[in-house]
Design a protein around this ligand. Structure first.
Ligand code: ZN
Length: 78
């Protein structure tokens, strides 16, 4: 099980997400960003904008995923 923070995923806070796969952590992080953005948190609204933009920007998305995988691979196993 690995732990990655919202901040490590490009978000604005230190909320932690745990999972056994990168997909699991990515999904939890995405849900968190959507939830916080829905509450009107400005930092997370910006993160959500970036996430939404990435859907139409395969190159940007790939860059983010590469970066995420690097973070995932260097995160300590718990
Ligand atoms: Zn957050």
């Amino acid at each position: 099980m690995k732990t990655i923070t919202c901040r490590q995923m490009g978000g604005p806070c230190d909320e932690k997400f745990q999972g056994n796969t990168p997909e699991e952590i990515m999904q939890k992080g995405g849900e968190h960003v959507n939830e916080m953005a829905a509450k009107g948190d400005e930092g997370h609204m910006k993160a959500k904008e970036m996430m939404d933009a990435a859907v139409n920007d395969p190159e940007g998305l790939k860059k983010w995923q590469d970066q995420f995988m690097q973070t995932y691979n260097t995160a300590s196993e718990e």
